[in-house]
Design a protein around this ligand. Structure first.
Ligand SMILES: [Zn+2]
Length: 345
């Protein structure tokens, strides 16, 4: 039987420690059931049986029905409790085939850092997708034969191999056992999906040569929470399970023997924000089961469906103006991403 919310919060407060700092001074932001989390992915157009299958799998991962979204009141890290990452089956059921953007702010940011402080030798990217970032740094900074990509998606693995990179499907913590060493490691939009974060930082440190460089990018928790509170999509676990801010990244870097070379916050751009806001609020309506949004969104890839969805977004946009005004006042605190360049001491 599902415990009463107050009962659940009390037990969490007593027994859940922050994954970064170990503090028990934590609070529950909200709770989500395995079924709600699974239903969240109807955005992928899944059938009801698939939602039930996904919910059952999330229950197995969590070992229970309810997860809590927590904040550490000492180090400000946000995390899911249980702090358990999604596995390959979760991503397959929840998302299906992956879609990788060609360009990202963190790619440009890293390129400009590499131009200022050229790094040569061996490079490792964790989560390479189709290799769009690697194309930007290889062969200019790293010969393809010196590049290792960690990737699990079969289509992506083929593409990466065709580009001449070495491809591995393993966890970075396993790589450490085979005495691998690199001069640069890139890990973009990965850390927020991972549990065992101390082991992760320890492995990243162990895999780098002395004075080696580590580049990490994560989504900004304040931007995610803003949308959750203002009618946008909910960022339910076990997709993102760690909500990292700049001070959390710095904290872990210093604990594990890195110096912070540079930290950057992606500039808040109002029109980009407004565009995503309309889209996210529309998806949220579909997730909540609003009949028209749900029906239209499921058919968004058909010929006429595209135009109907575009029309729905245009109709919805004026209702979001109060949220946009709030966002304008929040400004840079709603920056979408954080980026950090660390150097091994
Ligand atoms: Zn903490």
């Amino acid at each position: 039987m599902r415990p009463a919310a107050s009962e659940q919060k009390e037990s969490v407060h007593m027994s859940t420690a922050c994954p970064i700092c170990g503090s028990y001074n934590v609070q529950v932001i909200y709770q989500v059931s395995a079924e709600e989390a699974a239903y969240n992915w109807i955005v992928a157009g899944k059938q009801r049986e698939s939602i039930a299958e996904l919910a059952a799998h999330i229950r197995v991962l969590w070992g229970r029905e309810i997860a809590n979204m927590m904040d550490c009141l000492d180090c400000t890290f946000g995390f899911s409790d249980p702090f358990v990452a999604g596995d390959a089956k979760f991503y397959e059921l929840a998302f299906g085939p992956s879609n990788y953007p060609r360009d990202k702010w963190e790619y440009r940011k890293t390129l400009s850092a590499l131009k200022s402080f050229p790094v040569n030798g061996r490079a490792l990217e964790i989560g390479s997708g189709y290799g769009f970032f690697l194309e930007k740094i290889s062969p200019h900074f790293f010969a393809p034969s010196q590049v290792t990509a960690i990737e699990y998606n079969n289509i992506a693995i083929e593409k990466l191999k065709n580009k001449g990179y070495r491809v591995l499907s393993c966890d970075p913590t396993e790589l450490l056992e085979s005495n691998e060493s690199y001069d640069a490691i890139f890990m973009f939009q990965i850390l927020e999906h991972r549990d065992k974060i101390h082991e992760t930082f320890s492995a990243l440190h162990g895999l780098l040569n002395r004075h080696g460089n580590l580049f990490i990018a994560v989504p900004s928790p304040s931007s995610i929470r803003f949308w959750e509170r203002n009618g946008g999509i909910m960022d339910y676990p076990p997709n993102h399970i760690g909500f990292w801010n700049c001070s959390n990244l710095e904290d872990m870097a210093l604990r594990f023997g890195f110096s912070v070379s540079e930290i950057a916050v992606e500039p808040f751009r109002f029109f980009t924000f407004a565009k995503w806001d309309v889209f996210f609020s529309y998806v949220r309506r579909a997730q909540k089961g609003e009949f028209i949004a749900k029906k239209l969104y499921r058919n968004r890839r058909s010929g006429i469906g595209r135009y109907l969805n575009l029309a729905a977004l245009i109709v919805l946009a004026p209702s979001r103006v109060p949220v946009w005004i709030k966002a304008l006042f929040s400004g840079q605190s709603l920056a979408p991403h954080y980026w950090i360049h660390l150097t091994k001491n």
